[in-house]
Design a protein around this ligand. Structure first.
Ligand SMILES: [Zn+2]
Length: 346
């Protein structure tokens, strides 16, 4: 790849739309939190942690086991605070200025951790992250698929109290505690919950079209009032669906590395990201779970460019999309344009 393109990817102000806080706990942090909270782990050092993660993330179902092990170490307000501060520090290193971080309260509720404990850690860290690292973090509260509509509606009412303070800007239909995109989890059962989120002024996204095929994306479009889709990559198997996504201007927050990690595609060259872009579907690139892919957003872009022949203009489009379709508005787009101008890329 030419130096000019590498420099663009490395230095331009970036944003990330699809990243899970629990999937961002690096081995070093897992060990630190486990020791502090007296949690037993199936490994005892960083190398062991990395091997455990690599060995157990080859399918979406075993991936859930790793997710749960990592989650078992997160216990106190200070853990959540430190996790977000590390998350911001990492972001600063690669010029990510805005990050939308998802968190799954249902997972932490099984450890009897209160929502207030988590939210205190998250909102304090948010303020300090902005001050210390210049990284703006907003939160997306995940709606666990294995919960019923009543639980989900109660949770949305409760989480909407943190709309201004945390800030929780959106809700996202995501992983289920008892499995991934299990066929038993139906989007239509969450229609009421999504309508409530709309009423309470929260933005909305949903994971679909990853482990399950295009039908899961159709189902989400039919039953859930969404602004964006997380993954959605298997929509590429249905031409009509691709057209609808382009027409409705729904962003797919795509994470090639985790798709490849769970064996959805053999490598970057077979990933449909370019196909979506060429078909007029809005796409952005994210890491999903940097702690599991053991890599960062900059490298994700580098791999996309190498394998899919993305040009300088394509990369700029992807980066602008991550700001343009963000849940806090488009204010940061001006700093991207300014950077492009100042660095001779406009
Ligand atoms: Zn995800």
């Amino acid at each position: 790849m030419e130096e000019r393109l590498q420099r663009l990817i490395r230095d331009i102000p970036k944003a990330e739309n699809h990243v899970h806080l629990e999937g961002a706990v690096k081995p070093e942090l897992i060990l630190r939190f486990a020791e502090r909270n007296n949690v037993q782990l199936p490994f005892s050092d960083e190398e062991g942690a990395k091997k455990y993660i690599v060995d157990n993330t080859q399918s979406l179902d075993t991936f859930i086991n790793v997710f749960n092990v990592v989650n078992s170490v997160l216990r106190t307000e200070i853990d959540f605070y430190e996790l977000v501060m590390e998350f911001a520090k990492d972001a600063q290193k690669e010029n990510i200025i805005y990050r939308e971080a998802m968190f799954n309260y249902a997972v932490h509720a099984t450890k009897a951790i209160s929502l207030e404990t988590i939210m205190k850690g998250l909102s304090e860290a948010r303020v300090d992250a902005l001050k210390e690292y210049g990284v703006d973090i907003c939160y997306i509260a995940e709606l666990d698929r294995s919960k019923n509509s009543e639980w989900t509606c109660d949770f949305i009412r409760e989480i909407s109290r943190y709309k201004e303070t945390a800030p929780v800007v959106a809700v996202g239909w995501a992983l289920g505690l008892e499995g991934a995109e299990d066929k038993n989890y139906k989007a239509k059962e969450f229609g009421e919950a999504f309508a409530l989120a709309t009423e309470l002024g929260l933005r909305k996204t949903a994971h679909c079209g990853e482990a399950q095929g295009p039908e899961s994306v159709w189902e989400v479009l039919e039953h859930l009032d969404i602004d964006r889709i997380d993954h959605g990559v298997r929509a590429s198997e249905d031409e009509e669906l691709v057209k609808v996504l382009a027409e409705k201007d729904i962003l797919l927050a795509v994470c090639p590395s985790t798709n490849i990690m769970i064996n959805l595609y053999p490598d970057f060259a077979h990933h449909p990201l370019k196909y979506f872009k060429d078909s007029g579907v809005a796409v952005s690139v994210s890491t999903d779970d940097p702690g599991f892919i053991l890599d960062d957003l900059t490298n994700e872009y580098m791999k996309v460019v190498d394998a899919l022949d993305f040009t300088e203009t394509d990369v700029i489009d992807l980066i602008k999309n991550s700001f343009k379709y963000s849940f806090i508005g488009t204010d940061y787009l001006a700093s991207v344009d300014e950077w492009l101008d100042e660095n001779g890329y406009a």
